[in-house]
Write a protein that binds this ligand. Structure first.
Ligand code: ADP
Length: 267
């Protein structure tokens, strides 16, 4: 439950954030956090004046600190609230439970109300300042974290959700649930991103299809939801993620970066 006073504080902080985008996926491992971090880098890059932040709502499996190279840096307080971590990549601001734990291997055993409380604090007690984009990386599926963020943003006109999936049937089944969740909760679906449907050879850049069907596009069409495009599987992107490097800067001419730029234009 969100108390009225808390909601007012959330509204105040979030009203100076122009665009608020929730990143969803039906299942784990489809590249949602990778996409979220690449999107943040791309948004920061496409207009160098863009100020971008990322909130890692994956309380039990936070990976954003690693992807945005702020791993191991503790969050500190200030008279204006918690200070978000500043990524060395384009100054992206980051909040994540991963930065609040004593060590990388600490178990996170939060129950629902504690997760809700922490998410609320990420919004109302963090000194975000004025931002152009704030992205919310969520855990897979639809649970406490998703309901909480949707409710917390209800007064501040969020842009909506981007759903990330891979093309396998098992992933598509879960996407239907994500779409229905958004419909039920009144969240606009900005579109669906298909990740890792092709493979880019790191030697010759030849693209190989990994799955035969056009399943994601067909599914998006059948629900009348925008299909934003494909991001190929590129081992260099995976390597950048492992090392907290900025794939946008390192491989600016890659298919992934080009595809991302197309997607950003539709967001
Ligand atoms: P999720 O957030 O959906 O659980 P992750 O973003 O953690 O998934 O991605 C799962 C794995 O797939 C990671 O090792 C990541 O580096 C890799 N990955 C994701 N997208 C791509 C891509 N387009 N190319 C190569 N590797 C990718």
């Amino acid at each position: 439950n969100v108390k009225d006073g808390d909601q007012g504080d959330v509204d105040t902080r979030m009203k100076v954030v122009k665009h608020k985008i929730i990143i969803l996926s039906g299942k784990g491992g489809v590249g949602k956090s990778t996409f979220c971090s690449l999107l943040s880098l791309s948004l920061a890059k496409c207009q160098s004046t863009n100020k971008v932040g990322v909130v890692d709502l994956d309380i039990c499996g936070p990976s954003i600190p690693k992807l945005l190279a702020v791993e191991g840096i503790p969050i500190t307080d200030s008279p204006y609230g918690w200070k978000p971590l500043i990524s060395p990549h384009d100054g992206i601001k980051v909040m994540s439970v991963g930065s609040m734990l004593p060590s990388d291997s600490s178990a996170i055993t939060f129950r629902g109300p504690r997760k809700t409380g922490l998410i609320k604090r990420f919004l109302k007690d963090t000194f975000w300042g004025k931002l152009d984009y704030l992205l919310f990386d969520t855990p897979p599926g639809t649970s406490d974290e998703h309901m909480t963020i949707v409710k917390l943003l209800k007064n501040v006109n969020p842009d909506g959700a981007v759903i990330v999936t891979t093309p396998q049937d098992v992933a598509l089944d879960t996407i239907r649930r994500e779409i229905n969740f958004c419909k039920k909760m009144g969240v606009k679906i900005i579109g669906i991103v298909e990740n890792m449907s092709n493979f880019v050879c790191p030697c010759c850049e030849e693209i190989t299809s990994l799955f035969p069907s056009q399943g994601v596009k067909k599914l998006a069409d059948s629900y009348n939801v925008p299909y934003l495009g494909q991001l190929p599987m590129d081992p260099r992107v995976a390597m950048c993620s492992e090392q907290g490097e900025n794939a946008m800067n390192k491989y600016p001419d890659s298919h992934v970066v080009n595809s991302l730029q197309n997607i950003v234009q539709q967001i």
